[in-house]
Design a binder for this molecule. Structure first.
Ligand code: FAD
Length: 393
């Protein structure tokens, strides 16, 4: 039916307009009301919001928090690319807010990362360089970040939605008692300096914009490859803020004894690949993935998979593309025998070129495909591989 306003409840603040995820609400004033509003403002000045003392106190507290921080995730002194991607979006947020962008660097012998952070846009680097931070461990990193947050009071903290980032962000948010939005796909600032954190919700069927307007810092994680890599400007200068946080090794219960890399396919980073040949349930069995490997080898790409293929045990989870797998942004994504469920699409729809091979012309994958081949993959794939081989001579 016709929407109606509950008299005495609606104060015309228009907050509902901003928070409606579907953008379904609008605020209308009749020409007469607009005229009255103008006259009133001409006499009294713009309407000042009346605040109760608790609200005033809250706003004063929030106002103490300034600046955008990006946690620079590193492994043995090498930064994760997602951290630089976050500096790119962080720079835009900081510019809108009119504040500095800081890189938060925690580790051992990590001074060189400051230069890199400045090259990717950071104005300053907040650094903790001590031997207890050589390997990532939840407790010491959490304690250190919480200490620095309390000291510097940043208003926004961004971290990569990686194993480390997810672990650390959740632990820090719990202790500093603030909100955290995981796996954001879009970040912006509203007219009240709040971070607008957009992410897919309800299985990817709607995009929700989440706000944390009563707590600081506002924390968000973003998956690798969701944000574009900023341009690197070597030689950029910034301010290094060298911090100290006293922790004794003997007080830390978790010890890193050995690091073993997963050779079961996890060593191949599909998230960073330029060409991905992905297979789904249409491949029928594990052995048939050899067809994808052959084409991938010819193209210099890697093999990915849908969740159905992973659940069937045909490929390891590290190769899964989608909402509960990896987000990829290759130059070419070839989807073979994949129907194109929304949970798969959210992980690959930003690829430059999508080529879909499916025998069902109605499959949703064709809606995001640059080129669609309706046909039997067992005929199309070998033909495609043959043709690529011929072209390479
Ligand atoms: P199907 O949907 O069964 O499609 C198989 C396709 O192969 C069909 O379109 C068929 O026409 C085609 N085909 C069959 N034989 C041939 C042939 N010989 N030649 C050509 N085409 C052929 N899915 C993901 O992929 N990644 C995720 O991260 C993910 N996360 C999820 C999270 C949640 C919370 C939920 C509920 C689901 C998630 N899913 C995810 C599952 C998703 O909903 C789909 O079930 C899944 O993507 C389907 O995989 P598929 O396309 O391989 O299989």
């Amino acid at each position: 039916g016709e929407p109606s306003i509950v008299d005495g409840k609606c104060i015309g603040c228009a907050k509902c307009v901003k928070v409606c995820a579907a953008g379904a609400l609008e605020m209308f004033y009749t020409p007469e009301e607009l005229e009255l509003l103008k006259q009133w403002e001409a006499q009294h000045g713009a309407v000042e919001e009346e605040l109760d003392p608790a609200e005033k106190e809250l706003r004063a507290k929030l106002a103490q928090y300034r600046g955008v921080w990006v946690f620079i995730e590193q492994y043995q002194g090498e930064a994760a690319k997602v951290s630089w991607e976050l500096l790119g979006v962080g720079k835009e947020l900081a510019a809108t807010l009119g504040v500095k962008l800081s890189a938060l660097i925690i580790g051992h012998e990590v001074a060189h990362l400051c230069e890199e952070a400045f090259a990717y846009g950071a104005d300053q680097a907040v650094v903790l360089d001590e031997s207890v931070f050589k390997d990532y461990r939840t407790k010491p990193f959490t304690d250190a970040v919480c200490h620095l947050v309390e000291k510097h009071k940043p208003e926004v903290i961004l971290m990569g939605a990686t194993g480390q980032g997810r672990d650390l962000a959740g632990a820090v948010a719990t202790i500093v008692k603030t909100g955290l939005t995981a796996d954001c796909t879009g970040l912006g600032i509203d007219d009240k300096r709040n971070l607008m954190q957009t992410r897919p919700a309800f299985g990817g069927n709607i995009m929700a914009t989440i706000m944390c307007d009563r707590f600081r810092p506002q924390m968000a994680t973003v998956r690798p490859h969701v944000m574009a890599m900023p341009e690197r400007k070597d030689g950029s200068k910034g301010v290094v803020i060298l911090e100290q946080f006293y922790l004794r090794e003997q007080d830390i219960l978790a010890k890193v004894i050995e690091t073993i890399s997963d050779k079961g396919g996890a060593d191949i980073d599909i998230a960073g690949a330029e060409i991905i040949v992905s297979g789904g349930r249409g491949l029928m069995n594990k052995d048939n993935f050899a067809l994808l490997h052959e084409l991938a080898v010819e193209l210099g790409g890697v093999v990915g998979a849908s969740r159905s293929a992973v659940d069937a045990g045909w490929m390891p989870h590290s190769r899964q593309v989608g909402q509960t797998g990896k987000t990829v942004r290759p130059k070419i994504y070839i989807a073979c025998g994949i129907s194109g469920a929304i949970q798969h699409l959210v992980g690959m729809q930003d690829s430059d070129v999508v080529i879909a091979i499916n025998r069902d012309a109605e499959a949703p994958i064709f809606q995001v495909a640059t080129y669609g081949i309706v046909g039997d993959l067992f005929q199309v794939l070998p033909a495609l591989t043959r043709r690529v081989r011929e072209m390479k001579g």
